[in-house]
Design a binder for this molecule. Structure first.
Ligand SMILES: [Cu+2]
Length: 153
């Protein structure tokens, strides 16, 4: 005796639903982007601000939005973007940074970067600082940033 064809289709369909349900991680809401390759470029001696760079990778299935940054090593941290205006390099604040699923935000010299202001203690090349990024959903992610000499690229 073989199953009625319609009954067989229904069985297959319900098997698919179960497979999809078990493939999705139960803690998808807890997926967080990853901060990689972070580094900070020291400014000339006495400069009260320096720039930070990193890749922020979103391997989650939903977009994430970064709304700000903080660092225990600095009194202030902001997201900025550099651009050339009439041949002059200018910076403007970036109020939020949206990262699509499977994409990465790249903070790099000449582009988007972290502006780290007023270090709480002098920083030496070769040391590391922590930077925390605030997310629009209320969460946060952090990364370690290696401190490099002025002129590092
Ligand atoms: Cu800046």
């Amino acid at each position: 005796m073989s199953p009625h064809p319609i009954r067989l289709v229904l069985l297959l369909a319900s098997a698919c639903v179960v497979a999809v349900a078990t493939a999705a991680p139960p803690t998808e809401g807890g997926c967080r982007p990853q901060v990689r390759e972070g580094w900070v470029r020291l400014g000339p001696a006495g400069m009260p601000m320096m720039a930070g760079f990193a890749r922020i990778e979103n391997a989650c299935t939903r977009p994430v939005t970064i709304t700000g940054a903080d660092s225990p090593a600095f009194e202030g941290a902001e997201l900025h973007e550099s651009s050339l205006v009439d041949g002059v390099s200018r910076m403007r604040p970036v109020p939020e940074l949206r990262i699509a699923p499977g994409d990465a935000a790249v903070l790099e010299p000449g582009g988007k970067h972290l502006m780290l202001m007023r270090p709480r203690a002098p920083l030496d090349a070769g040391s590391a600082v922590v930077v925390t990024f605030r997310l629009a959903d209320g969460g946060e992610v952090w990364g370690e940033f290696e401190v490099r000499k002025p002129g590092a690229r």
